[in-house]
Ligand binder design. Sequence first.
Ligand code: TMP
Ligand code: ASP
Length: 255
Amino acid sequence: MVSRRRTVYEGKAKTLFEGPEPGTLVQYFKDDATAFNNQKKGVITGKGVLNNRISEYLMLRLGEIGVPTHFVRRLNMREQLIREVEIVPIEVVVRNIAAGSLAQRFKLEEGSLLPRSIVEYYYKSDELGDPLVSEEHITAFGWATYQELDEILNLTLRINDFLCGLFIGVGLKLVDLKLEYGRLWEEDEMRLVLADEISPDNCRLWDSRTNERLDKDRFRRDLGKVEEGYQEIARRLGILPEAGRGDLRGPDTMQ
Ligand code: TMP
Ligand code: ASP
């Protein structure tokens, strides 16, 4: 029963419960959605189920290429077992195509290809509205060390390269994505692992041919068919069973 477990952290889109063994947590995916630092609130029906699946799928694929992640296994429709980590209080955003706040800040046309992938850091603070920060702020204020930042940058670029290819294969452009990392202690050793989730809540995914937005921007910008966007991404990844079919298929590869 959900209510009997101890809640460790209550976020906007997820709740973390105490896990079955020490060092583990249960990550529960809600249908709640927020935007613009909680000013816009809503519900995207079925989002939690889809994000649980999508994040599982992407974390497993990343694990296969040697990216360490907090993911252990999916438990049920809305929950997955994860390793308990100390979250580095930085949102790492990597961008391939101009959109959102970058397009606004530099008056770029949304959809224009960037000269190269650009990595940005935001300090995780609801009170401050997640401000954009530089490496200097991060190291001076002790949010992460130089060594950790170096590893975070390398992992982020590798994850971005891999996911760009994976999504191209199913007819989607990875415009940008937000990643979070955590510190995991094993004996006396600390290592950084990919944490949180990778889902249409925290990346922009556009149809390769039409540039149709299929991610959370449909909610943020009131574009309609929000649920359908999430479903389409899951369907293309081959993790949404076709109507009338209960099985899980591999990804639909487009030529
Ligand atoms: P932005 O263009 O609004 O700065 O967003 C960049 C990417 O980061 C986009 O894929 C959405 C994601 N993102 C989050 O996951 N959480 C946030 O709070 C914000 C502002 C963006
Ligand atoms: N994550 C939200 C967004 O994507 C911001 C928020 O949580 O308030 O805009």
